[in-house]
Design a protein around this ligand. Structure first.
Ligand SMILES: [Zn+2]
Length: 246
């Protein structure tokens, strides 16, 4: 049995293009676009792995539930986006999942961590320390003593053919997931190290540390040998390709 990767939508956010690609000129930069939020399921000989847990379904009825009403960033999540339902549709319950990897702990990447009480969570130790207690990493979604976090330190094996690689810039200790697929080849689930394909093409991304962000984009490009079809950015409405990969 080899690795099977399934990518599915776990929410969406409407925001101005300039949030991700600030170099755009007007009027394109101000255009509001609906950007996907997604998660991935990896079926492996060593068990089921989930990458990022998406937005919490509280946002279906109350888009402003976490950060209040903000006309420049509107959550447009549907009931179908809830991760538990998405997993059920492919025959998986949260308790079947042995490992969850969070790229980082923002609410659109760790929103459903508490749905996986049986899993081991792999997050960079540096990121865990950074996120703890910060209001822009709302604790309600992830900081639960019932959850078992295993802090990683740098590049680390998750399973055969799957490893986390630090890709800081968006936040300290941000990480991406590198997966070696039998047919597709090596893919990188970027997390917010790359919001869009354009970030990878240009080698530029806004974030807490833009210099580190540029280095991380170069690392991702080298990991996929510049075949950007094999790098999956976090929120790109144009290149988002839900589906199953082998
Ligand atoms: Zn994000």
């Amino acid at each position: 049995m080899t690795i099977e990767l399934t990518i599915f939508r776990t929410g969406a956010v409407k925001l101005a293009r300039s949030n991700f690609t600030p170099w755009l000129a007007a009027p394109g930069r101000d255009e509001l676009v609906e950007c996907p939020v997604w998660s991935a399921l990896l079926r492996t000989p060593e068990g089921l792995i989930v990458f990022d847990t998406g937005l919490h379904p509280v946002h279906v009825e109350r888009p402003e539930a976490t950060f209040g009403a903000n006309p420049s960033m509107v959550i447009t999540m549907t009931g179908e986006d809830a991760i538990v339902g998405r997993l059920a549709a492919v025959g998986v319950t949260p308790d079947d999942v042995t490992v969850v990897v969070n790229s980082h702990l923002h609410f659109d990447h760790a929103g459903n961590n508490r749905a996986f009480p049986k899993a081991t969570f792999i997050v960079q130790g540096e990121h865990l320390a950074y996120a703890k207690g910060r209001p822009n990493f709302p604790a309600i979604y992830w900081d639960d003593p019932a959850l078992r976090y295993m802090p990683a330190s740098g590049r680390a094996r998750v399973a055969t053919g799957i490893e986390v690689v630090p890709t800081p810039g968006h936040a300290p200790g941000h990480q991406s997931l590198v997966v070696d697929l039998a047919e597709t080849g090596r893919v990188v689930l970027c997390g917010d190290a790359a919001f869009t394909r354009a970030n990878l093409e240009r080698g530029e991304i806004p974030g807490e540390d833009p210099v580190a962000g540029t280095e991380s984009l170069a690392l991702i490009r080298s990991l996929v040998r510049d075949d950007l079809e094999r790098a999956f950015p976090s929120h790109d409405p144009t290149t988002f390709r839900p589906g199953t990969y082998h």
